[in-house]
Design a protein around this ligand. Structure first.
Ligand code: FAD
Length: 439
């Protein structure tokens, strides 16, 4: 029997850019190539499984790619979905297709950089070009640096430069639909179920993919109050690119400087991770690796379960456990409490958030944790120790957020504080001072 001729295709590899509009890499693929076959890979290194094969983000991603697949099928195309190590997936795709070139948007985490280098080397060996583009951030690592070429390590200076360089032309959407005739024509391609791919779904609510102008207008006034629902909840959509950073930035430029500031933090942490990949495992400021942590397993469990006896901390942890989300102010308070009050290594808390947050992102989570631990690239000194009771008074003045998540607060069934604030503060300052002195 004659072997079936392989189709000649170019691949567009979706990663954290899960949308069919305003997608720079996809636009380049469709503009320059015919027969563009979109691909998504469930890479177990990116979607790590817990002991029950669960991953809080995988269900969201699965539903999103099914949506993309459906849309592609309405125009006679399809999406190839695979599970496994990307290098192996490309090797096996070569058996089914003659691959002309591969397109993708760039990623910046240590693992993804190494993975892309490996894929690039493999493809080059096969005579296949691998083209990558900036899409996920407005400015990549070398685009905002000091005059001497060194990275900024202090946010305010980075932000000033960022704002000087930012202009309207950078947030113009990348057109896709006018090139849609270049998608590969195919009959629908089968997609394995999550279970077959070895994952179990963790059910958490998915926030809408919307950014109303009214929210932006009151963002500055409301953003710090967890009971007000005054933030966008777009974290997961920015993490996986279900909204475009250009679209969100354009709205921020129009309606809210404060919101724009937060988007700049996101870009800043991505660049910090690129320049200083060691932060994944070690403190940004090496002296803080000398801290002698208490690391009490019992205290850690109480923190995880929201049983510390500090109602704002407990409310935050219970919100996280129940919804896969925690308000930013409360992330700061819970994280600071773990590191400073309980003297538990920030990496324990970071790993817990990574497992629970729907919007988990290595760069922002690591940046947030190191900020809270005082070990990161923050201008404020380590001796700022949040007082969780004062934070509650200030940011949840009517106790609504606490009442929602800790309904037993104020009754005898609510636990006594796990540690006295004044003593914890004293102990933390002494322990931090020793570490700084030792270095
Ligand atoms: P909004 O206030 O509406 O902000 C809009 C967007 O700006 C966010 O979706 C996010 O993309 C970005 N942003 C806002 N604040 C920050 C910030 N401080 N740093 C970086 N980006 C920011 N953010 C994550 O996206 N993933 C994480 O894993 C993560 N872990 C964190 C851990 C700790 C300990 C702390 C203190 C913060 C963490 N953050 C993380 C940052 C911030 O808390 C969340 O981005 C924000 O709460 C998400 O809710 P939102 O979309 O309603 O935010």
């Amino acid at each position: 029997m004659r072997k079936k001729e392989k189709s000649v295709v170019s691949i567009f590899w979706f990663r954290r850019d899960l949308r069919l509009e305003d997608n720079i890499g996809l636009m380049h693929a469709l503009r320059t190539r015919e027969n563009v076959l979109p691909l998504f890979i469930f890479d177990p290194e990116v979607f790590q499984r817990d002991e029950n094969n669960g991953n809080v983000q995988v269900g969201f991603v699965y539903d999103t790619i099914l949506g993309i697949k459906e849309k592609l099928e309405t125009i006679g195309s399809g999406l190839h979905v695979a599970v496994g190590k990307p290098l192996d997936v490309f090797k096996s795709l070569m058996d089914s297709y003659h691959i002309f070139s591969v397109y993708a948007n760039r990623e910046y985490e240590p693992y993804t950089l190494q993975r892309d280098d490996e894929v690039d080397a493999f493809l080059a060996n096969q005579g296949v070009e691998f083209h990558t583009y900036k899409d996920q951030v407005l400015f990549e690592q070398n685009e905002i640096v000091k005059d001497n070429g060194e990275p900024y390590t202090v946010f305010t200076a980075y932000k000033q430069r960022f704002l000087r360089k930012l202009n309207q032309s950078m947030v113009v959407p990348a057109p896709i639909s006018k090139y849609a005739h270049n998608f590969f024509r195919t009959t629908p391609l089968p997609v394995p179920s999550l279970e077959i791919m070895g994952y179990s779904r963790v059910e958490v609510p998915v926030p809408p993919r919307k950014l109303p102008a009214e929210l932006l207008k009151s963002y500055e006034a409301d953003r710090d109050f967890p009971a007000r629902n005054g933030t966008s909840h777009l974290g997961v959509h920015l993490r996986f690119g279900t909204v475009s950073i250009r679209k969100v930035t354009a709205l921020a430029m129009q309606h809210s400087e404060t919101f724009l500031n937060e988007l700049i933090w996101r870009n800043f942490y991505s660049v910090i991770l690129w320049f200083f990949p060691q932060v994944v495992h070690t403190s940004f400021k090496p002296a803080f690796d000398e801290i002698v942590w208490e690391n009490s397993k019992e205290d850690f469990k109480a923190w995880c379960e929201g049983r510390t006896g500090y109602p704002l901390v407990d409310a935050g942890m219970r919100e996280l456990n129940a919804t896969g989300y925690m308000h930013n102010r409360v992330r700061m308070v819970t994280a600071s409490f773990l590191c400073k009050h309980l003297l538990i290594d920030w990496r324990w808390g970071e790993a817990y958030f990574a497992r629970k947050l729907l919007d988990y992102d290595l760069a922002s989570n690591n940046g947030g944790w190191q900020w809270a631990a005082g070990s990161g690239n923050d201008a404020a000194p380590y001796f700022r120790v949040f007082n969780p009771e004062l934070q509650a008074k200030k940011f949840d003045p009517n106790g609504e957020y606490i009442a929602k998540w800790v309904p037993e607060y104020g009754t005898i069934s609510y636990p006594k504080p796990i540690i006295v604030h004044a003593e914890a503060r004293k102990r933390a300052l002494a322990r931090y001072a020793e570490a700084v002195k030792a270095k």
